[in-house]
Design a binder for this molecule. Structure first.
Ligand code: SAJ
Length: 426
């Protein structure tokens, strides 16, 4: 199948890089978002999200006139839906954006078109939700037009490279639909393109993130066991991983972001009777912030009235994304215990924290405090020199939850050192 013009619905972390990459690969692309201020900003070359290299790519695509930003969908050869599938209250998937994007395509759907869903979705969403909406056009899916599911699998911080280089899975509601999807993504994907059924592709996406979540949950549980048995979990994991068939991930203050902390719930919601392991792993990771706060409480002999310098708020190292961040939850738990929080996030120093104090600089966060709590292994935080830090703070206690600091060096600088997953760290 040949494509000249496509319409990408949803201009977030996935839709915007995808639309821009198709445009710079020679297609005419209509990038659609329902948020008027995002549309206006992008039309003027201003981005609402940060991803390395994205600004330059979008500006080049807009300047070439191959990427047009609009609030309205238009007729096109293919439509890509890349809207969020958030979670609400009871850990249930909210498909309202997928539904409204499909409805926005309806008036423009023509024979021979391809519709691709990229949003992470519960199993069977393409068949049971998307297809019935599109068939309200009077056209028959798989006969008059093609439908496929192709999940994004790119890592925030590496999106532009991974979009092109990663293997891509394309699941069609028919083999011809999968082939049409293959022909579309072949335009820029350099990694292998694997075609399969739509429901398989949906499951593959959820399985990848669930596998990672379960692996991190076991690492977090190992960190608790190591503390109980007087072992350094970081050393133990490193040694275990020398086994050729073992690859344990890292413990930490919890699992955040909008993917790994959310996607496993799609399985739990869809089949609660079949998912005790997945459910428990989610609970283990969700309780890790509480574990960190309890550890600090023990170290400080209570938290009430103490001032804690929280270093790092992002959901993972070297990104400015704070969505579902365990660090934010830790701030709330500390405040609930009566501690004063001074938080510092080098990648987003102006974040509007609802409790505690957001320090504009590291020096401000370090002054007048009782303990330093490292929650994110950002490069600028990992490389802090304890000898220099001790001149900026009156705190002499530190707790490192990400194996970011060298205990010996901090102890040599006069700090009482503590690490997650280690019974004694000096
Ligand atoms: N984390 C740990 N220990 C680790 C690794 C990660 O505690 O060893 C934590 C991080 O600090 C973070 C969370 O897990 O809070 C998730 O971070 P991540 O880097 O594992 O993953 P994401 O959410 O940034 O991106 C994932 C990726 N999925 C996989 O690696 C299987 C990415 O490829 C997906 O495209 C993305 O989810 C997505 O959009 O679904």
């Amino acid at each position: 199948m040949k494509f000249q013009k496509i319409c990408v619905l949803g201009l977030g972390y996935i839709g915007l890089p995808t639309a821009s990459t198709f445009a710079t690969s020679g297609l005419k692309v209509i990038g659609v978002d329902v948020n008027a201020s995002i549309v206006k900003g992008l039309q003027n070359g201003q981005l609402h999200i940060y991803e390395p290299g994205l600004r330059t790519l979008v500006q080049a695509a807009v300047k070439s006139k191959r990427l047009e930003i609009s609030e309205q969908a238009q007729e096109a050869d293919a439509f890509i839906i890349a809207v969020p599938t958030p979670f609400y209250g009871e850990k249930k998937a909210d498909l309202k954006y997928v539904i409204s994007a499909a409805e926005a395509i309806l008036p423009h759907l023509r024979k021979g078109n391809l519709v691709v869903l990229e949003s992470t979705s519960p199993p069977r969403t393409t068949l049971d939700i998307l297809v019935p909406i599109l068939e309200k056009s009077g056209l028959k899916a798989g006969v008059d037009f093609y439908v496929a599911y192709s999940p994004e699998r790119v890592l925030p911080g590496q999106i532009l490279r991974e979009l092109i280089e990663n293997a891509r899975v394309i699941g069609g509601i028919t083999p011809a639909s999968a082939q049409a999807g293959h022909d579309l993504y072949k335009i820029f994907v350099k990694g292998e393109i694997i075609t399969t059924t739509a429901t398989t592709a949906e499951m593959v996406k959820l399985m990848e993130n669930t596998y990672r979540d379960v692996n991190i949950a076991i690492a977090n549980e190992f960190s608790r066991l190591a503390e109980r048995f007087g072992v350094d979990v970081w050393e133990a994991i490193q040694i275990a991983n020398l086994h050729p068939r073992v690859n344990i991930l890292n413990p930490g203050p919890g699992v955040g972001g909008h993917c790994i902390s959310v996607d496993p719930w799609f399985f739990v919601e869809a089949a609660p009777d079949l998912t005790p392991l997945i459910h428990t792993a989610r609970q283990v990771n969700d309780s890790q912030p509480q574990f960190v706060v309890s550890k600090l409480e023990t170290i400080l002999n209570g938290l009430s009235g103490k001032t804690i310098s929280v270093l790092g708020l992002a959901y993972k190292p070297d990104v400015d994304d704070l969505r579902e961040s365990p660090a934010i939850e830790i701030v709330h738990l500390l405040a609930a215990k009566g501690a004063q929080v001074k938080a510092y996030e080098p990648f987003k120093p102006d974040f509007p924290l609802s409790v505690g104090h957001m320090a504009k600089s590291l020096d401000e966060a370090l002054a007048e405090t009782d303990a330093l709590l490292l929650l994110v292994g950002h490069q600028p935080l990992k490389t802090l020199d304890p000898q220099a830090i001790k001149t900026k703070t009156n705190a002499r206690i530190m707790l490192d939850t990400v194996n970011g600091w060298d205990c010996e060096a901090w102890a040599a600088a006069g700090f009482e050192t503590h690490q997650l997953g280690v019974s004694r760290c000096d």
